[in-house]
Design a protein. Structure first.
Length: 236
């Protein structure tokens, strides 16, 4: 945990005041994941893009290849032969996380049938379980969609982490942990959010996949089958 945060603060010393909440967030995330929980992430606009970016760093290799356990490779070979071997070689270990802004059709249904400010809260109510973690990303901290989601997360017995700007807004007041980056304009806040969630992703990867860092490999194609040609392209 300290390596990722130390390196973050070495590169960006302005984030020094955020050390304690970042480290506490990493610890709470580790506890949740080790207990079988998951991470839900939400935000609006640029923060929605950040939520998807963060989840992409968690759900596949970030700076490590994350090979799956040998026992699972063996099961895939048993189930699917050479195809299973190819799948096993391509699969990477994952940290369970969902970006709520990715659920486009569901969000429009909630906005149309309930209220727009419930687009994340309704998902948290359906997906959240005690011990899970909700991370809300908001430059102002005052978006009703993320504040409502945080309130419902508490109803579900979840831990809430708010990643905001300096002021923090209402999201920081309802969160268990508030990471308030030292900036006030939207673009400057967003520029500091990215290295913060990158450091969190690195710390989680260090904990769950501790093998030496390696370049994340390109996807390994399946062996040619009836569905692929010799070059590995899909055939109809």
């Amino acid at each position: 945990m300290s390596r990722a945060v130390d390196e973050l603060l070495e590169r960006l010393p302005a984030l020094g005041p955020c050390r304690a909440p970042i480290e506490e967030s990493i610890q709470r995330l580790l506890m949740a994941l080790q207990a079988g929980g998951k991470i839900l992430v939400c935000g609006n606009g640029g923060s929605a893009a950040d939520s998807e970016h963060f989840v992409a760093d968690l759900m596949k290799g970030f700076i490590r290849r994350r090979p799956i356990p040998e026992a699972e490779r063996t099961r895939l070979r048993t189930v699917a032969g050479s195809r299973g071997e190819g799948i096993a070689a391509a699969l990477q270990g994952a940290i369970a996380a969902i970006a709520l802004a990715s659920q486009g059709p569901l969000m429009t249904a909630i906005a149309n049938d309930i209220r727009y400010d419930m687009v994340f809260a309704q998902q948290v109510y359906g997906l959240g379980r005690p011990g899970d973690v909700l991370i809300v990303i908001s430059t102002t901290g005052n978006s009703p969609t993320v504040v409502n989601a945080a309130c419902v997360a508490h109803l579900r017995g979840m831990v809430v982490i708010a990643l905001t700007g300096r002021v923090g807004g209402e999201a920081a007041t309802v969160a268990d942990i508030g990471i308030r980056v030292p900036a006030d304009t939207v673009f400057e806040i967003q520029e500091l959010h990215l290295p913060v969630y990158h450091a969190i992703a690195l710390a989680l990867e260090d904990s769950f996949f501790p093998d030496p860092p390696d370049i994340v490999a390109e996807p390994i194609p399946l062996e040619p089958t009836a569905a692929t040609d010799a070059a590995g392209h899909q055939t109809l």
